[in-house]
Structure formats: structure tokens, C-alpha cells
Design a protein around this ligand. Structure first.
Ligand code: ASP
Length: 332
């Protein structure tokens, strides 16, 4: 007998531009509930998807914390365990690339967890929130999106959470997967996946401790002042190096000390491509830094590397396991 049950999707509202309206003093701020967002989507009723809403937070993307994300991950797990076919998270685009990867790392179940938002708020002509939300719900409800972990659906593109980056401050096509491209597209309301990643890292389990992971970007003429002044405050660090993973010779000493004391991951500040491991051989080159104990991030950009490092530490993994996860994952 065919399965005639309507797919059940749970939409969590967290705020962001998609949920903003005008304030009395001018400008916009998060105000709309998840229920209001769903009610504003034309054509949703015709999809025959059963939508439940959870009004989770009403904050700008910049104000979300790891505690919020831990709570969100637990709530998502609860709804999926209770039988939901998929989940959509609506939130501020400013931290979508980090939030989606956080949820992706914790998702060991087959159901899709789809994150979306809007670049044009509901008071503007051509607001993109309703179209993005409809596409996200259609993706979360569809069997094609199962076993892909965390996804970002935006402007009718489906992106892997581990790859996607916000690349433009205002464009509606801000979300780009520079490493490998989008996984697929929404076509006539149906998700079509053309390009599946071959590896996916997961870090199951709830956080058991509070950790702080710093991110320091190398800049021309860097002498390590920022690293020296702040590194003690962090349990681990990501260094966004030049190009394939380089730092000025001046910074090698402090990084050597830090890598002996805590996990220090080396990523590229370029925004695409992998750090290398054995091509350049001068003080501050990638091979020099790796020999000094830094951990190469592979294809993970600095923001993604920080989320993976945070999740590994928060769930109790030690330095050696962290190294093994970063170097063994392929990080694609
Ligand atoms: N501009 C952001 C957005 O698109 C604001 C935020 O992240 O809350 O939602």
C-alpha cells in the first residue's frame, strides 16, 4: 500500500532578518514568531506537508551562543526521535555557516536538518524569507535529503553545512560552497541532489564542558602580538594562515609554544581550497608548522575548523583524538 501519510516537518524560529519588522525608532529587529513566518509562506498548504512550529529564540544571528546551540540540538533530537521527518531552523544569516555545521556534526540520524534565513527583511520589496522557508520545508520533507546531515537551503540551492559560507554582506546569493559547489537545487519545488560528499564527520553526544576556542587571522607584518596577548584565555586555537597555511617567521616561536600546550589548528584565510602539508619548507610554512605540532584543517575554512574543534573539546576529546579527526576526515 502506498504511504499516504503527510510528511511532518518541525520549523524552529530563532530570529534573524527573516523574522524582523520595523521598530518605533527606525530600523528592524527580530519580532516575528515561527508561526507568523510559516503563515506568510504562499503555497505551503498545497505542498501537503504537515508543519509544526517551535518559537525557540528571537535574536539576531550574532547573539546566538553555544549554550543556545546545545539546547537547539537537544530539542531537534527530541522531535526527530518522536517521529518528525525533518527539521528546519530559521535564523540570522550572519551565523548560519557556523550554526548549520554545529548541527551537522551532532546529527547521526538520517533525517535532514535544514537551516535557512533571509537577506531581505519582510518590510522590503522582494523579501526572500518566504521563498527560502518554503524551499527549506520542501527539502526537509523529502526523502532525497536524508542521510546528508545538516544542510543550508537558500536561493533555491542546497548546500552541505560543512562547505557553505556567507560570502556577501547584502546579496541574496550570499551562500556559496566554494569547495565542490552546492549539493543540489530546488526545481519546481523538489530538491534534486546532484553532488553528494564522499565523507562526513560527526561528533555525537551532548557537550559536557564549557570551552572557548579562539580564532586568530594572520595579517601582513604580524608579529604575534594578538596571539601572545590572548592565547592563554583559550582552550584551543584556530590560526587562519596565509594561502596554503603560512605565517610570518616572527610568529613561529609563539605558535610552537602554544601547539605544545593545546590544540592549534591551521586553516587558510583565503576562503576556499585546502591547506597543504608538504610543499613549502621555510620557517612559517605549512610543513614547518605541522612539524611543530599544528594540526592542518584540510578543506575546512577557519570558521568551520573552529566549530569542529569546539565540538570535539566540548564533548571531551583529547589532543590526539582531535588531531586524528582533523587529519583523517578528508574534511571535504
Ligand atoms: N543580516 C542578518 C540576517 O540576515 C542579521 C542576523 O544574522 O540576525 O539575518
Amino acid at each position: 500500500m502506498p504511504d499516504t501519510r503527510m510528511p511532518h516537518v518541525v520549523v524552529f524560529g530563532l530570529g534573524g532578518t527573516i523574522a524582523m519588522t520595523s521598530t518605533a525608532n527606525g530600523g528592524v529587529a527580530p519580532a516575528l514568531s515561527a508561526e507568523q513566518l510559516v503563515a506568510a509562506v504562499p503555497g505551503l498548504a498545497e505542498t501537503r506537508i504537515d508543519v509544526e512550529v517551535v518559537d525557540f529564540r528571537r535574536v539576531p544571528g550574532a547573539s546566538l551562543s553555544f549554550d543556545d546551540l546545545d539546547e537547539l540540538a537537544a530539542a531537534i533530537e527530541g522531535h526527530l526521535a518522536a517521529g518528525a521527518d525533518g527539521v528546519v531552523v530559521t535564523k540570522g544569516t550572519d551565523t548560519i555557516e557556523e550554526t548549520a555545521f554545529f548541527l551537522d556534526l551532532g546529527q547521526t540520524r538520517p533525517e535532514p536538518v535544514v537551516v535557512t534565513g533571509a537577506m531581505r527583511n519582510p518590510t522590503m520589496a522582494g523579501a526572500d524569507g518566504p521563498a527560502n522557508l518554503l524551499a527549506a520545508i520542501q527539502t526537509a520533507a523529502h526523502p532525497t535529503a536524508r542521510d546528508l546531515g545538516g544542510l543550508v537551503v537558500f536561493a533555491d540551492e542546497i548546500h552541505a553545512a560543512s562547505r557553505v559560507r556567507k560570502t556577501h554582506s547584502t546579496s541574496g546569493h550570499t551562500f556559496v560552497s566554494a569547495n565542490g559547489g552546492p549539493l543540489g537545487y530546488l526545481v519546481e519545488g523538489r530538491p534534486q541532489v546532484l553532488n553528494k560528499p564522499t565523507t562526513r564527520v560527526t561528533v555525537p553526544g551532548a557537550s559536557t564542558r564549557q570551552v572557548e576556542v579562539g580564532l586568530v587571522t594572520m595579517v601582513l607584518g604580524d608579529t604575534g602580538t594578538l596571539l601572545r596577548a590572548t592565547a592563554d584565555q583559550f582552550d584551543a586555537l584556530v590560526v587562519a594562515g596565509f594561502g596554503v597555511g603560512h605565517v610570518p617567521a616572527n610568529v613561529v616561536g609563539i605558535l610552537t609554544e602554544l601547539a605544545a600546550a593545546k590544540p592549534v589548528v591551521l586553516a587558510s584565510r583565503t576562503g576556499a581550497g585546502s591547506v597543504l602539508t608538504r610543499t613549502y619548507a621555510f620557517p612559517g610554512s605549512e610543513s614547518d608548522l605541522i612539524a611543530r605540532g599544528l594540526i592542518p584543517a584540510g578543506f575546512l575554512d577557519p570558521l568551520k575548523a573552529r566549530i569542529l574543534l569546539h565540538r570535539l573539546l566540548a564533548t571531551g576529546h583529547d589532543h590526539n583524538t582531535i588531531r586524528a579527526v582533523f587529519t583523517g576526515s578528508g574534511n571535504a
